[in-house]
Design a protein around this ligand. Structure first.
Ligand code: PLP
Length: 401
């Protein structure tokens, strides 16, 4: 590429999505006829419930739904999201504070675009969802990661956040239940982080997309409810993808103060305009309906969660704590590094190399921790069939020996 053809520094500074990379390699192997067990995917392996699909199908047949909608979303959907927030999170927001986005991912992107000036810092508790630091960089900001290990339940302490804070600290991400660790932060942790943010004038970006996937009686602690004073400096990021098995419909939202919502709508008006009308109609049916479908998925995931944690801990050199939320097990694989593995005796120096060997030799796809700011770990999604899960664990164990 000639110098004049060089792409922007902005895009060149961004790493590709680690999860999508593993997923596409596994899919390519499958397409080539190889029987790969995929623990890479970040989506429920259930179809969208019929009543939601039916609502979308009838919306599709009505020409009034074939046009642009208001940029921040259909008024009944914004209202339903406000009502759902009161039902689930326990505090009131007005529909005007809601902006419907193309998935939770666009909500993350927009929140950063409207908050961050060049050089502003955003604290990202690690292990983190792979998109956060890249979206911060795309906004011209500087990601500042604060790592918390399994021994701390993968949740940060206020001391560690305070040590990372500088005069440029503008915002912090909160993601509970967490992708990739499945950790559910305790109410005390959420309160401590919220109070710290209020005191230090730091915005909070609360990604609540796994809110309904918690186990063992754990409940999601909503920072806007636990620390009501935070609400003017809080942006909630959420969507229908994980709760209603609707990843492909691309409907998310953000909720902020009125100036935040207006700014997000202004940005979206020049970027993607509204989310597809039919998808919004589907989301309206989902959000204003019951939580029965997610209760069914939770039950299935709970069984698989226990099976995968037992399977992982049975592999020599792997340790995995029991996650309390989402559908991921985050396994410590440091003891597998720098030692011969498999019948070829190949050695992995880091978890990226380990994931590659595991995929190539045992045909098991897991996402390396490097993509989540946590080298030495592998993330296993347990959103797959029970039999496939058991076979994947059997292969992993046999491969390690
Ligand atoms: N936030 C987290 C933590 C996620 O894991 C994901 C998806 O994997 C999202 C947000 C975005 O979801 P979507 O854009 O599909 O709504």
């Amino acid at each position: 590429m000639a110098e004049w053809q060089t792409l922007s520094d902005r895009i060149n500074s961004v790493a590709p999505s680690a999860t999508l990379a593993v997923d596409s390699k596994a899919k390519a192997m499958k397409a080539a006829g190889i029987d790969v067990i995929g623990f890479g995917a970040g989506e429920p392996n259930f179809p969208t419930p019929d009543y939601i699909v039916d609502a979308a199908a009838s919306a599709c047949h009505d020409p009034k739904n074939h046009h642009y909608t208001p940029t921040p979303g259909l008024p009944p959907l914004r209202k339903a999201i406000a009502e759902k927030t009161l039902r689930d999170s326990g505090y009131e927001v007005s529909p005007d504070q809601v902006v419907v986005t193309n998935g939770g991912k666009q909500a993350v992107y927009e929140a950063l675009q409207i908050l961050i000036n060049p050089g502003d810092e955003v604290i990202i508790p690690a292990p983190y969802w792979t998109t956060y630091p890249e979206a911060v960089k795309l906004a011209g900001g500087k990601p500042v990661t604060v790592f918390s290990g399994a021994e701390n339940g993968f949740a940060p302490t206020v001391e560690s956040l305070e040590a990372a804070r500088t005069p440029r600290t503008k915002a912090i991400f909160v993601n509970t239940p967490s992708n990739p660790t499945g950790a559910v932060w305790s109410e005390e942790t959420v309160r401590a982080v919220g109070e710290w943010a209020v005191e230090r004038h730091v915005w909070v970006l609360s990604d609540e997309i796994y809110e309904h996937l918690t186990y063992d009686g754990e409940k999601t602690a909503y920072i806007g409810a636990v620390v009501p004073e935070i609400r003017d400096q809080l942006i909630v990021l959420n969507g229908v993808a994980k709760t209603y098995a609707m990843t492909g419909w691309r409907v998310g939202w953000l909720i902020g103060s009125l100036p935040v919502a207006k700014a997000a709508a202004k940005l979206q008006g020049h970027m993607t305009s509204n989310v597809a009308d039919v998808s919004q109609q589907a989301a309206l049916t989902a959000v204003s309906g019951s939580l029965d479908a997610v209760a069914m998925m939770r039950k299935a995931f709970d069984k698989r969660r226990k099976a995968i944690v037992a399977g992982l801990n049975a592999v020599d050199g792997v340790t995995c704590r029991m996650p309390k939320g989402a559908f991921y097990a985050f396994a410590d694989v440091k003891a597998l590094l720098n030692r011969p593995l498999g019948k070829n005796g190949n050695v992995a120096k880091n978890s990226s190399e380990l994931a590659e060997l595991l995929l190539e030799e045992a045909h098991v796809a897991a996402v390396p921790g490097e993509g989540f700011g946590a080298s030495g770990f592998l993330r296993f999604s347990y959103a797959l069939e029970d039999d496939a899960l058991a076979e994947g664990m059997r292969r992993f164990k046999e491969w390690v020996g």
